[in-house]
Design a protein around this ligand. Structure first.
Ligand code: S3P
Length: 429
């Protein structure tokens, strides 16, 4: 049981850890590359380290001196792994690597922790089977462990994804590297586009036309690149909200990724009346980056969050829910049923924990309604083994009338091992 025992305002400058999505992709694409890639500011969290380990097991030459990572890719064909690949808690690792393994002329088995083994994989298994790979899993191929028997070359695909999911889109694009036939993926709303951007940087022909992404003639990765990974807006979100709700706070978060497919939270903060400013906007390794200054914001207003913005802030909804408790009126979150199949059922997790803290909250199948301008009580809450739930309720603990206790905070290491240390570094009395 972890007690959130620190209080005080947030003051100072912080560079939160690097972006998780880009860190995963840097290892994956560099592994398929013919050339040398240096990754600076790689996120050394459990999830990304699991990706790194998996590609070493697939025969890729990866050197990590603790500062930079150097990858000498093998080109597209990797080595059959000697053992099961364990993806831990990481949905991005298992779903993206599956696209790559589908095009390999060998057998591989993927597993993960007890949370990952309950997450649906049919969303990638179905298109990969259409492309000609064999993908087996528990319960008729739905859950990990997954067995993949790849085929080279694969068939092309014209896929209309039922979900706005970057993991599904990326999996298909990665599998698409292993065919010369047409590859088109259309999604119902735009999800994060880091795979498309990075494939282009490696020289692959990627075409984006509205909600459709397709691959062109060149599908080989051939580049000597340096990738500098910016700070993760999903990690910055905890500090942005903490500064907005704790009186007297003023912080600057450095080098945060501002890719428009990721900045839904900034749009919501603007609509809610958070006092913030973007400074020093620039482009780093093909991604927009800036520093975000956030001040205590006493006049917050409730908002409705629905439709196309949802994929642009999907991972931030738990912390946005904490922000909503301090806003005048009722915040409604809809069209977010995907939250039920994240690292935990995040709708259930947020609603049940907010209830413990005395908040008037209603659960919907695809979201929730939160009545704001409320005092948070203390109490015992559960992280459900989910890093973002744990971090969100640590932030809530800064403004609760009595202490908040969280059953398990170890899960935070999946994305942000130094979270508590960074928090202590920026809190002053
Ligand atoms: C991610 C995509 C999102 C997000 C996850 C990271 C990625 O998942 O929730 O944390 O790096 O592609 P979905 O694609 O399942 O929505």
């Amino acid at each position: 049981m972890y007690e959130v025992s620190f209080r005080g305002k947030l003051k100072g400058i912080l560079r939160v850890p690097s972006d998780k999505s880009i860190s995963h992709r840097s290892i994956m694409l560099a592994s398929l590359n013919q050339g040398k890639v240096i990754v600076k500011n790689f996120l050394r969290s459990e999830d990304c380290l699991n990706t790194l380990k998996a590609f070493k097991s697939l025969g890729v030459d990866i050197e990590d001196d603790g500062k930079i990572i150097m990858i000498r890719g093998k080109g597209k064909i990797l080595k059959e792994p000697f053992d099961i690949l364990d993806m831990g808690n990481s949905g991005t690792s298992i779903r993206l690597i599956s696209g790559i393994l589908a095009g390999q002329p060998f057998y591989s088995v993927l597993t993960g922790d007890k949370y990952l083994r309950k997450r649906p994989m049919d969303r990638i298994a179905i298109p990969l089977r259409q492309m000609g790979a064999t993908v087996l899993g528990r319960e008729n191929g739905k859950y990990p462990p997954l067995t993949i028997v790849g085929r080279n070359p694969l068939n092309g695909i014209v896929y209309r994804s039922p979900k706005a999911s970057a993991q599904v889109k990326s999996c298909i694009l990665l599998a698409g590297l292993f065919t010369d036939e047409e590859v088109y993926v259309t999604e119902p709303a735009k999800s994060r586009d880091h795979t498309e951007r990075m494939l282009k940087a490696f020289g692959v022909d990627v075409k984006v036309d509205g909600l459709t992404v397709s691959l062109g003639r060149n599908r080989n990765l051939k580049a000597d690149l340096e990738i500098d990974v910016p700070a993760d807006i999903s990690s910055a979100a905890f500090f942005m909200v903490a500064a907005a709700i704790v009186p007297g706070s003023e912080i600057v978060l450095k080098d945060v990724i501002l890719n428009p497919t990721r900045t839904g939270i900034l749009d919501v903060m603007e609509r809610m009346g958070v006092n913030f400013e973007i400074l020093n906007k620039r482009t780093v390794s093909g991604e927009e980056v800036g520093d975000i200054k956030v001040l205590y914001s006493p006049d917050l207003k409730a908002v409705v969050i629905e439709g196309d913005i949802v994929p642009r802030l999907i991972d931030e909804i738990p912390i946005i829910a904490v922000l909503a408790t301090q806003a005048e009126g009722e915040t409604v979150i809809k069209d977010a049923a995907e939250l039920r199949v994240k690292e935990s059922d995040r709708i259930r997790a947020v609603v049940s924990n907010l209830k413990v803290l005395g908040i008037d909250v209603e659960e919907f199948e695809d979201g929730m309604r939160i009545r704001g301008k409320a005092k948070l009580k203390g109490g015992k809450i559960k992280s459900f083994g989910d890093h973002r739930i744990a971090m969100s309720f640590i932030v809530a603990g800064l403004i609760s009338s009595s202490p908040i206790y969280i059953d398990d905070v170890r899960c935070i290491s999946t994305s942000y091992p130094a979270f508590l240390k960074d928090f202590f570094s920026i809190i002053t009395s």
